[in-house]
Design a protein around this ligand. Structure first.
Ligand code: SF4
Ligand code: SF4
Length: 342
C-alpha cells in the first residue's frame, strides 16, 4: 500500500480508501471486524456520512483509539448552517474525535443546493468557520452531477471533490479531474463499482489504478472483500487491450441510464422496494431465470404498489424516470415468471 497526498490539502491517505455505506447492514461487531481488517491491511482513509445510519458509530468504535493514524471523512446533506453544524457535532461524537480531517456537503447537485452552500453566510462559510476553530482540517464536497461538480471546483471553496468514476462512467477523467488537479484539489472516487453494476472487482481496479491521484473509496462489507481489494494494491497494475475491450463491452451493455443503488430515492410512501426492483435486469442477466425470479420476488412484488406519485424522482441524483423503469422491469419480471412456470 502506498500513501499519497490528497491534492494540496495537507492530508496523506492510503492509495485506496474505505467507503462506509455497506457496513450499515452488518452487526456492530462484524462491522468493527471489517473496519479493523481494512486498517490492518494498510487502509488509512475512511469515508462515511451522517446519512449512513450507524456507519459513523461503527467506524468510531473501531478507530477511536487509532485516531492519529487515520484520516476520517464524513458528510452532511443538511442545507441550513445550523443543521449542518449540528450534524458536524454529531459526526464528531459518533467518530469519537475532536476534529474531522475532511467534512463534505453531500450530494450537491441542484441549484437550490448550490445556493444554500455558496450564498454569503451559507453552509460553506459556516463550515469554513468551523475549520478555523479546528473542528475540520479540510472542507470538501460531493456531487453526482458533472456540471455542478465543475462549478464546485471552480468556486475555489473546497479542498476535495468526490464524484463517481469507474469504467462505465468515465466523464470525470476528461473534464473534472483535470480541473481539480489544476486547483490542487484532492480527487476522491465514489462508486468504483458503479453502484454494484460492475461485478468484476479486478477489472474495476485495473481501470482505476491508471489514475493514482484519484483515490477510490470502495464500499466493503466483508473481511474477504477488504483482503481482495487491498490485495490488488500488492502488485503493479497491468492493463492490456483485452481489459480495455472488456470495459467497453460492459459499458455498452449497461448504457448510461442505470441505477447506482445509492438508495437516496427511498423510502417510498407506498412501500415499493425501489432499489432492488430498479436493478432487476442486471440481476436477471447474471443468474438463471428461475434463480433471478426467486431472488427478486419480494422486491418485484412491491412494484404494482407504485402509484407514480413522483415523490422519489427529485431524490434520485441521476434523474432516473423511476416509475417508468420500474414498470418496464416488472414487465420483464412477469415474462420471466411465465417462462419459469412453463
Ligand atoms: S413514484 Fe412510485 S416508487 Fe416513487 S415514491 Fe411514488 S409510489 Fe413510490
Ligand atoms: S433510483 Fe436513483 S436514487 Fe434510487 S437507488 Fe437508483 S440511482 Fe439511487
Amino acid at each position: 500500500m502506498q500513501y499519497l497526498p490528497l491534492g494540496q490539502t495537507g492530508l496523506t491517505v492510503s492509495e485506496v480508501g474505505f467507503g462506509g455505506i455497506p457496513i450499515i447492514r452488518l452487526t456492530s461487531d462484524d462491522a468493527q471486524r471489517v473496519v479493523r481488517c481494512a486498517f490492518d491491511r494498510g487502509i488509512t482513509f475512511f469515508d462515511t456520512a451522517n446519512a449512513y445510519h450507524d456507519s459513523e458509530d461503527k467506524i468510531g468504535r473501531t478507530l477511536g483509539g487509532l485516531r492519529d493514524q487515520v484520516v476520517l471523512a464524513s458528510k452532511t446533506m443538511r442545507r441550513t448552517s445550523d443543521e449542518a453544524l449540528a450534524q458536524l457535532e454529531q459526526s464528531l461524537r459518533m467518530l469519537r474525535t475532536d476534529h474531522l480531517d475532511l467534512y463534505q456537503p453531500h450530494q450537491v447537485s441542484q441549484e437550490a443546493d448550490w445556493e444554500a452552500l455558496t450564498r454569503p453566510g451559507g453552509i460553506a462559510d459556516t463550515l469554513l468557520a468551523a475549520k478555523e476553530q479546528g473542528k475540520i482540517r479540510c472542507l470538501g464536497v460531493t456531487s453526482h452531477s458533472l456540471d455542478m461538480a465543475l462549478r464546485l471546483v471552480e468556486s475555489g471553496l473546497f479542498g476535495t471533490i468526490q464524484f463517481p468514476f469507474n469504467f462505465i462512467e468515465t466523464d470525470a477523467a476528461e473534464r473534472l479531474h483535470p480541473a481539480a488537479r489544476q486547483r490542487g484539489m484532492g480527487i476522491i472516487v465514489m462508486k468504483p463499482f458503479a453502484g454494484g453494476v460492475i461485478a468484476d472487482a479486478d477489472q474495476a481496479f485495473r481501470f482505476l489504478r491508471q489514475y493514482p491521484d484519484a483515490i477510490p473509496i470502495p464500499g466493503l462489507d466483508s473481511v474477504a472483500g477488504v483482503e481482495q481489494v487491498t490485495g490488488f494494491y500488492e502488485q503493479p497494475n497491468q492493463v492490456n487491450d483485452a481489459d480495455r475491450a472488456e470495459w467497453a463491452r460492459v459499458a455498452a451493455e449497461v448504457g448510461s441510464v442505470f441505477c447506482r443503488r445509492c438508495e437516496y430515492c427511498q423510502p417510498c410512501p407506498n412501500g415499493v422496494l425501489i432499489t432492488p426492483a430498479m436493478g432487476y435486469p442486471i440481476i436477471a442477466s447474471r443468474m438463471s431465470t428461475d434463480v433471478a425470479v426467486n431472488f427478486a420476488r419480494r422486491a418485484m412484488e412491491t412494484v404494482p404498489d407504485c402509484v407514480a406519485c413522483g415523490e422519489c424522482l427529485p431524490r434520485c441524483p441521476y434523474e432516473l424516470a423511476i416509475p417508468d423503469i420500474l414498470r418496464r422491469n416488472y414487465a420483464l419480471y412477469q415474462e420471466h415468471c411465465r417462462q419459469v412456470a412453463g
